[in-house]
Design a protein around this ligand. Structure first.
Ligand code: CUA
Length: 357
């Protein structure tokens, strides 16, 4: 039993995937930079463990050796000063700390100074989702990047401080409202099929723990094909399905349920076309204009019983995307479901004709 246990520990510690992680308790390394960070971590850890063991052992030894063995023993006078000893125990730690600094600072600079030719993706955090904007203006809920190329993440936030954290790349940087921060890396290995994890590492409210995304590292040609296909998704999917994708990926989902259950915002179930009181004492019946206004200027009309906490999507949703979301929200209402389905059916009926051209 004990032997089995020890063998398992041995396998975990010494036979870990040597190429891709420093130790089994570390996430798989997705970049060369990760190996560098692991090196710094292991180096500092080893020094701490070494000195901890040394100091504890000496403490124990001295306590036993110099204990009062006989009640009549008087303590001898303690030595008070030793210049040679003090120089030694000052010089050695200085050398060690300087090595830690140089080794660690090099890794830090690797992660924050982007090479000029880096491929830039703009990362925006908001309560409680991430979006990634590619150079062609397309915005996705996940980070796709080509393998082996320098990538620069230009990071910002629309509301409070969030933090981009990709454990497999050993990088983390705050997303701060009103300013940009930078992270740079080169993903040296294709990611697992379902991607690496990207987390928010700064507590930002009730749904902080759900503020996640995937990092998918692909060969350049697969990446280009993905971006071309994804960028045209409203035309590829049609308004209703594109609206659903937006709902799931652009942060609506974290506050607006589809089953009538209460969230940070009103549920989309039977929202469209049904009157509801507002915080200013009037009443609104959501139609196309109401939804469009709520997306672009969320604080203009707030449902009573809710806080005005929705971020604006002005500038981050295009007109066709807003139309698609309206169609999706219509589809959640009993009184307008058929209408939304008709819009999607008309789109699908028109599609083959377009492809013939
Ligand atoms: Cu965003 Cu925590």
């Amino acid at each position: 039993m004990m032997g089995n246990f020890m063998a398992t520990i041995f396998n975990l510690v010494f036979l870990a995937d040597a190429d891709r992680s420093a130790a089994p308790w570390m996430p798989v390394a997705g970049t060369e930079h990760a190996h560098h960070v692991d090196g710094v971590f292991t180096f500092i850890n080893a020094i701490c463990v070494f000195f901890f063991v040394l100091i504890m052992a000496l403490c124990t030894y001295f306590v036993l050796k110099y204990r009062q063995k006989d009640p009549n023993d008087l303590p001898e006078p303690s030595p008070s000063h030793n210049t040679k000893l003090e120089i030694v125990w000052t010089a050695i730690p200085i050398v060690i700390v300087v090595i830690m600094f140089v080794y660690g600072f090099a890794a830090y600079m690797n992660a924050v100074v982007a090479p000029e030719n880096a491929y830039q993706v703009k990362v925006t955090g908001r309560k409680w989702s991430w979006t990634f904007e590619y150079p062609n203006g397309y915005i996705d809920a996940n980070l796709h990047i080509p393998v082996g190329e320098d990538i620069k993440l230009l990071i910002t936030s629309e509301d409070v401080i969030h933090s981009v954290y990709i454990p497999s790349f050993r990088i983390k940087r705050d997303a701060i409202p009103g300013r940009y921060t930078v992270l740079t890396f080169k993903a040296d290995y294709a990611s697992p099929e379902d991607g690496y994890n990207l987390f928010c590492a700064e507590y930002c409210g009730t749904e902080h723990s759900k503020m996640m995304a995937k990092v998918i590292v692909q060969e350049r040609e697969d990446f280009d094909a993905w971006l071309a296909e994804a960028s045209d998704y409203v035309n590829n999917l049609g308004p209703l399905k594109a609206g659903e994708k937006l709902y799931l990926e652009r942060g609506c989902k974290s506050c607006h349920s589809l089953d009538g259950s209460a969230g940070t915002g009103p549920s989309f179930q039977n929202l469209y076309g049904n009157p509801h009181p507002l915080t200013d004492g009037t009443e609104a019946t959501p139609d196309e204009n109401f939804i469009r206004e709520s997306i672009l200027y969320p604080k203009a009309k707030v449902y009573s019983g809710y806080q005005p906490v929705m971020p604006t999507f002005k500038g981050s949703l295009t007109d066709p995307e807003i139309d698609a979301l309206i169609t999706f929200i219509k589809h959640q209402s009993d009184n307008s479901r058929a209408e939304a389905e008709k819009i999607q059916a008309d789109f699908e009926a028109s599609k083959p004709k377009e492809e013939e051209k």
